[in-house]
Design a protein around this ligand. Structure first.
Ligand SMILES: Cc1cc2nc3c(=O)[nH]c(=O)nc-3n(C[C@H](O)[C@H](O)[C@H](O)COP(=O)(O)O)c2cc1C
Length: 200
């Protein structure tokens, strides 16, 4: 550990991190009411922000109702969701720490019954099922892809409105996107961008 850079500070966009241990995104299923994080979610993140200068990546959060498919996962498309997240980001900032929102579209891993109930089909980049236990998804058309692209952009904009310091795009095995990407959201002005790894 003597030569480790783990406890050295790191400037990440506008976030002045005091060490390099980042809390990984952890799905908790704590949004039972229309994708609005339950009140105790604030306590959960506030506790994990206790060491000033810590970066947290939130649990995966749906960009839109059509991107869902598990129950009780939070979202970032409604006013109520944005307001609830705002309280959480303010609590984290009050501890001197930072928080990114992880944006999620479940794709072929969605539960068909949950998504059908919400009025949407299971869609993904191809009509190949994730496993024999999963539904065969509808292959996205160009129009579907454009709709989801807009949902991601709206989700990122709503993350800014909710006070997040950045977004991470969840892109792991079997979801709509592959490859996890972390982006810093500049809060003011919103359109500032210095490198291609930063969102404008
Ligand atoms: C209960 C649980 C929930 C998780 N939820 C998410 C999630 O929402 N988003 C995500 O990208 N990864 C999620 N993961 C993966 C973790 O963030 C982490 O990458 C994984 O546990 C591997 O960590 P390790 O490399 O330190 O072992 C979850 C893992 C667990 C155990």
């Amino acid at each position: 550990m003597a030569n480790s850079r783990l406890f050295e500070p790191l400037q990440l966009g506008h976030c002045q991190l005091k060490h390099r241990m980042v809390m990984a995104p952890l799905t908790r299923f704590r949004a039972p009411n229309e994708g609005v994080p339950a009140p105790y979610v604030k306590t959960y993140y506030e506790q994990r922000a206790s060491v000033p200068g810590t970066l947290i990546v939130s649990e995966a959060t749906y960009i839109s109702p059509r991107a869902g498919g598990y129950k009780n996962v939070p979202g970032i498309w409604s006013i109520e969701q944005i307001e609830a997240w705002k309280e959480i980001t303010e609590a984290v900032h009050a501890k001197g720490s930072f928080i990114y929102l992880q944006l999620w579209a479940l794709g072929r891993t969605a539960e068909e019954s949950t998504l059908t109930k919400a009025g949407y089909p299971v869609m993904s980049s191809s009509d190949v099922a994730a496993s024999p236990k999963h539904p065969v998804p509808k292959a996205m058309t160009l129009e579907d892809i454009q709709t989801f692209t807009k949902d991601y952009a709206d989700g990122a904009r709503n993350a800014i409105a909710a006070g997040f310091d950045g977004v991470e795009i969840h892109g792991t095995i079997q979801t709509v996107l592959r490859n996890q990407t972390t982006l810093t959201v500049w809060q003011a002005p919103m359109a500032t961008s210095s490198t291609s790894s930063h969102m404008s």
